[in-house]
Design a protein around this ligand. Sequence first.
Ligand code: HEM
Length: 548
Amino acid sequence: MSKTFSQSDVASHNKPDDLYIVVDEDVYDLTKFQDEHPGGKKILTRVAGKDASKQFWKYHNEGILKKFKPKLLVGSLDSKKQAAPPTPPATPPPAKEVVEPSAESGTVAAMPAQETITIQDTFGDLVPYADPSWYQSYHSPYFNETHAALREEIREWVTNEIEPNVGEWDEARKVPDDIYKQMGTRGYLAGLMGVHYPTQYTDNRVKSVTPEKWDLFHEMLLTDELSRAASGGFVWNVIGGFGIGCPPLVKFGKKPLVERILPGILNGDKRICLAITEPDAGSDVANLTCEAKLSEDGKHYIVNGEKKWITNGIWCDYFTTAVRTGKEGMNGVSVLLIERSAGGVSTRKMDCQGVWSSGTTYITFEDVKVPVENLIGKENQGFKVIMTNFNHERIGIIIQCIRFSRVCYEESVKYAHKRRTFGKKLIDHPVIRMKLAHMARQIEASYSWLENLIYQCSKMGETEAMLRLGGAIASLKAQATITFEFCAREASQIFGGLSYSRGGQGGKVERLYRDVRAYAIPGGSEEIMLDLSMRQSLKVGKAIGMKL
Ligand code: HEM
């Protein structure tokens, strides 16, 4: 039970063998903790029995209290106001939306026909540009109450159960299995495939949004809020393999295969990833060599070859794999769903610069017997499956990079308001404000383009989107990774040494800095993306009658 203390009660606990301190009117017993305090014992002795709020906030961020409070809190000062009882939620305004009947699984999730609703409430810490502008009551044509409700649901989960732990998970190179399972039971996995919410394959539902209302902006919001945890390793662990490995199965897989394996995947019991890249074939997918030969009886493909840098591979039961079934080039490529249980699949964890908890994997397939029923799409027409998937993958990368950029920026703004150099707070130095301004302008420009492209995706069919939006999405992917790299660097300059050492106040920036290359290279490197963006956009321009 939490106790109430007077100032003089606390003051009597002022010795090394009986050491209390006050932070923000809460009382902490540090008697045992002082020996393990990373900042040293002596510094705590100096504030024993006193209000140490000022000193505490100088050296730590909010995450520390969240993590240690349950262990160290013994009560509060009698001067502390009791928290007001939670106010009952306001009655939601009458629904203005007209929701279209849900479409077949496998089709793109269109925007429900609706009047746009202005969200007047503010949300979050209200640091300008640290969240999308509709969080700060800007008008938006894209978001309504269901998005606001989802935003709140995910933020609560991420703030309380994810963010305080991602540092440890990163170091341990693993996110607990229970978290992945929760991604299933909370209904999040089912909502991340760029298709209508597949109610026929799962009983899991997202608490705050009904399946009929689920659209691409909910999907974007989910990835965005998960990324606030500030760990590419975490995000890739929970959606990296699934988000790119599962959509091809759902969109192009045969019904019996989908019915057999999808429910287990959506439940978070089984894991799936995408295996395309090889030691010698990355963006030039048409050159891949992992081969699949049809058996004499025509019932199986026999797969032999290697895949490299495959996200989540070590934990996966299923591999959506690009293989060569025909002649050289793009017209000899097919996609197979390979099951680990078939035997002949070996996976080895790779040691990489960043995204440590994502499980980057090297895979070897040796005479793996894959039933022909596991062909995804048509034989030798796998290139279309792969290309369609790229848009979804790249949009995921864009969302994550923009949020990571916001995190770098937000951490910098907060730190700049407490750190003093040369007699002033950092925020009072024009050179620091200049850095923040350059971060913010790139974040906001990229995000507005993202919203526009998500909206276009929701209006166009899959093939039209692949042809018409491929160029713009590629360009924005490059824009987002360049912005992320810029923001990580500038944030690191603002934090100085604190973002060079791991953990502590600069911990998020240090971790994200390490993750930058994991975004700039996979899913199409910046160079490939920028070149593709022009080639593809000019092709579209020509098709619609561009005049030169
Ligand atoms: C509830 C009480 C406290 C807890 C749970 C705590 C915990 C921690 C932790 C986990 C770190 C490692 C760095 C990090 O993760 O941020 C740290 C570092 C540090 N702490 Fe504390 N601390 C407490 C109180 C204090 C107080 C009252 C002071 C000062 C009077 C202090 C001074 C420091 C310093 C100087 C560092 C090293 C900072 C650095 O490496 O830049 N701590 N503390």
